[in-house]
Structure formats: structure tokens, C-alpha cells
Design a protein around this ligand. Structure first.
Ligand SMILES: [Fe+2]
Ligand SMILES: [Fe+2]
Length: 461
């Protein structure tokens, strides 16, 4: 049978649309109804067309954009907002379909989506129980602005690494002063850069706190300090010399300084932004560059990074600067910025675990982000960075205290007593059993609960 015309454009929305209507039909008509059979046939054809390329079909909805195999769809998303919100409401943001998929599996997934309710079994387990082997569904990243607004603490809670805490305080004061119309305090900025490079970067506990998810409203000053540290991490990995690293940290620290000129209610606004609000937010790049150009004593690239950090490596993004490719420093800050933003909480967004965040970066590589930098960054922080809380296949709760360079998926854990949140013993998840298989796998990363003091674990490690 010929492939419907829309599949020639490889439109991932055709799959989503097909699945959404199949789900509705499966919920409204008895099994075997001709309408179900018809829809199933259509969907199967669309998927067969996509699978013909030889690789699995990977559809991901990231921040309301639909990606097919990591490439954003060219379709008009706004026209499909309703469909996306239906899927979002079901908690599905990623659908991966493998070669060999049967119509019965498509139907089982559609029925599952119709009946799905939160249960203690994972989605994967529930699909497996329905004999679905070629389709996997991922949970929604709650990044959607339609999501119910959350209230988060305004600043990191719990004991912080002292140098990190001091750097946050310095940044907060600098930002507040700038927001109130005072000139940017270059001396404090310089001190802050030194503090970050020579103290905070040497603290495992601080790095752990920066790399893990942030369960607080990640306001601009925290975000900026974190982005500076992550940029430093990446800059070191790509072998920048010391003076370039210092320039990079300064630029990263000040990349969002333009946000001090935008009303906080807009920066924190939970709902979708209208056109003029979006324009205002986007202006933080040019506003920042203007402030930084007028400030004497800064590095020459600092305003450039503020201007370019929302521009992609293919010349997309904002502000419109034609086809200009961002400076390598801006490209480094972009990677750190996006990782930090998605692992941080916002009024409208729960934080995303590091491994998920790495996946999102990987999907943006090549289009928006520099592929080499993304790879280096992901390798550097590993999928389970120090400080992340994970659960093993033996149902143990553990905190990553050491990463294994050669086996990024198998770090060393300090196991956590789930009643007291105290460390019990260390296990190396890269150890193998006599059969040759790993003794432990990490099943998922989890947000750190209140009362878990990272320092107790990391200082003991
Ligand atoms: Fe920004
Ligand atoms: Fe930013």
C-alpha cells in the first residue's frame, strides 16, 4: 500500500495525531470496530514509512516542541497545541517505536493511554504486561507552561558548601544593586570569579549541589553562579588556558545580567508569555550586552556572550544577527545554560534529573548546540553526576560519590538509610558478578528529599 503523502515530510505529528485519535476511538468504540481498524491501518502505514529509514522512530516533546530523532519538527506547533496538551496531560512526552512493531502493539498502547492512571508500576512495566515490546513511552518533562504553578523556596535550602554559599550571596547583592539602577560592581564580579575558580570549583560538595537538580526557584543570581561553574567545568575539559577560563567564568556569570532590567513578574511568570512579554524576555540579551559594554574593566568577550547565548550554532535563535555563528565562548555558555535551566526548578517547571537533562542536550546537539561541546559536557558530568540520588535495581537508595571515568553509567554510591538519611556503606556499581554481568544497575535518578545533607556523604567519600 502506498504511503500517505504526509509521511514523505517525516512529520512526527502524524504519529502523535494518529495515536491520539486511536486512543480516543479505542476508548469510545468496542474492540474490533471498523473505525478502530481503519485508524490502526493508517497509523501503521505512517510508522512503516518512518521506520523505512532503518532506525527507530524517536519522537520527543521538549518544551512544547516536537522532535523527530532529535530534530525539531517543521510543522506549525501552534495548530497542534491541543494535541500536545492532550498527550502532556497523559504524562507522555516521548514515544520510541522500533522496527518490528505490530498493529496489536499500537492498539495496546492506545488503550493503555486511554486507561492509564498513576500506579506504582512503571509505564514500562505496564506496557510489558500488555505485551508491548517495540514501543516505549516516556514520562512528561513537566516543562509545560500550562502546568499548575508550583511554589518553590526562593533560594537553595539545606546546608550549602560555605564557598558556594558565599558566592551566591555576592551574586545576589550584585544583581540586586544592578536591578536597582546602580552600575555593575566590577570589583565584586572579579572577586566572585576568583572565588568560583579557586574555591568553589575545588569543592566536590559544591559541584554536587550545582549538578544535581535544584529544588528551589532558581532565580537569576543562582542560575548565573551555577552556569559560571558549569562553563568552567566544560572550559577545562576542552583545554582552555587559565586566563581564557577566567574570561569565560566572568562572561558566564554575567550572561543573563540583562534580566535585572526586566520585571521579576515576567521573568517568573508561570503561564505562556504573550508576544510583547516574550519580546521583553528576549531583550535580556541585548540589554545585558548594553550594560556590559558600558561597564569598564570587563573582558572584551563578556558582552558578546550576553548577546549571543540564545543563538544556535546554525545561526538560529535570538536576537536576530543574520547567519552569524556564535563565538566559541558563547557556545560553551549555551550548553551550561540549558543544562542548568532544565535541572533547575521554575514556577512553571519541576527540575529534570541530570540523566534526562543530558538526553535533552544530546537532542539539541548539531542544531542548536555544538555537538563536540555537548559530548564533552555529558562525558564530564556523566549521566549520574556526583551528588545525584539514584535507585538501583536492588531497590537501594544511593548517592553518587564518585564517577567511573570508563563507565559513566556505573558510579560509586554511598547507600542511604531511608529512615535516617545517613550513609550506610559504599558500593561500586561497576563491579561485576561471577557471571560477568553487573551486580547493580542504576534504574532512575531521584530528587533529593528534604533532610538529606549531601555534605555528610560527599565529605566522607
Ligand atoms: Fe539567557
Ligand atoms: Fe541563562
Amino acid at each position: 500500500m502506498s504511503i500517505p503523502a504526509q509521511t514523505s515530510t517525516l512529520d512526527p505529528l502524524a504519529v502523535l495525531r494518529g495515536l491520539a485519535s486511536l486512543r480516543k476511538l479505542a476508548g469510545s468504540y468496542p474492540a474490533g470496530h471498523p473505525m478502530i481498524a481503519q485508524k490502526l491501518r493508517e497509523l501503521d502505514e505512517v510508522i512503516a514509512g518512518l521506520l523505512r529509514s532503518g532506525s527507530p522512530v524517536r519522537i520527543d516533546v521538549i518544551r512544547g516542541d516536537v522532535f523527530l530523532d532529535g530534530v525539531t519538527s517543521t510543522s506549525d506547533h501552534h495548530a497542534n497545541q491541543q494535541l500536545l496538551s492532550q498527550l502532556s496531560a497523559l504524562g507522555v512526552d516521548s514515544i520510541h517505536i522500533h522496527d518490528g512493531v505490530q498493529r496489536g502493539e499500537l492498539l495496546a498502547v492506545a488503550e493503555f493511554l486511554w486507561q492509564y492512571t498513576e500506579s506504582s508500576d512503571s509505564m514500562a512495566a505496564q506496557l510489558a504486561a500488555r505485551n508491548v515490546q517495540h514501543i516505549s513511552l516516556g514520562r512528561l518533562l513537566p516543562l509545560d507552561t500550562r502546568w499548575r504553578a508550583q511554589q518553590w523556596a526562593d533560594a537553595p535550602t539545606g546546608p550549602l558548601d560555605p564557598d558556594y554559599a558565599e558566592s551566591l550571596m555576592m551574586a545576589q547583592k550584585t544583581w540586586e544593586d544592578t536591578a536597582s539602577g546602580k552600575p555593575l560592581d566590577v570589583v565584586t564580579v572579579r572577586d566572585l570569579v576568583q572565588l568560583l575558580i579557586y574555591k568553589v570549583a575545588r569543592s566536590n560538595a559544591a559541584l554536587g549541589q550545582i549538578l544535581a537538580v535544584k529544588q528551589y526557584e532558581n532565580l537569576t543570581y543562582c542560575h548565573s553562579v551555577n552556569v559560571a561553574m558549569l562553563s568552567l567545568l566544560l572550559g577545562k575539559q576542552v583545554g582552555l588556558d587559565e586566563s581564557t577560563l577566567a574570561a569565560l567564568v566572568e562572561a558566564a556569570l554575567l550572561h543573563d545580567v540583562g534580566k535585572t532590567q526586566i520585571p521579576l513578574e515576567i521573568v517568573r511568570k508561570p503561564g505562556a508569555l504573550d508576544k510583547s512579554e516574550r519580546r521583553m524576555i528576549e531583550a535580556h540579551t541585548t540589554l545585558g550586552a548594553e550594560i556590559l559594554i558600558q561597564t569598564e574593566g570587563l573582558q572584551p568577550l563578556t558582552p558578546v556572550v550576553a548577546l549571543e547565548h540564545h543563538r544556535g550554532v546554525k545561526g538560529t535563535g535570538y536576537p536576530d544577527l543574520g547567519n552569524a555563528i556564535p563565538n566559541p565562548m558563547s557556545q560553551i555558555v549555551s550548553v551550561a545554560d540549558i543544562y542548568e535551566a532544565i535541572t533547575g526548578a521554575r514556577t512553571y517547571q519541576a527540575p529534570t534529573p541530570p540523566d534526562r537533562a543530558c538526553l535533552i542536550l544530546a537532542r539539541m546537539a548539531g542544531e542548536k548546540l555544538n555537538t563536540g561541546l555537548v559530548k564533552t559536557f555529558v562525558n564530564a558530568i556523566t549521566f549520574f553526576p556526583i551528588g545525584s540520588l539514584v535507585r538501583t535495581n536492588r531497590n537501594e537508595l544511593g548517592l553518587v560519590v564518585q564517577t567511573n571515568q570508563r563507565e559513566p553509567l556505573h558510579p560509586v554510591l554511598a547507600l542511604v538509610d531511608e529512615d535516617t538519611y545517613k550513609p550506610t556503606r559504599q558500593v561500586d556499581t561497576s563491579e561485576r558478578e561471577s557471571s560477568g554481568g553487573y551486580a547493580r544497575h542504576i534504574m532512575q535518578s531521584l530528587p533529593a528529599p528534604d533532610g538529606l545533607d549531601l555534605r555528610v556523604f560527599l565529605e566522607a567519600a
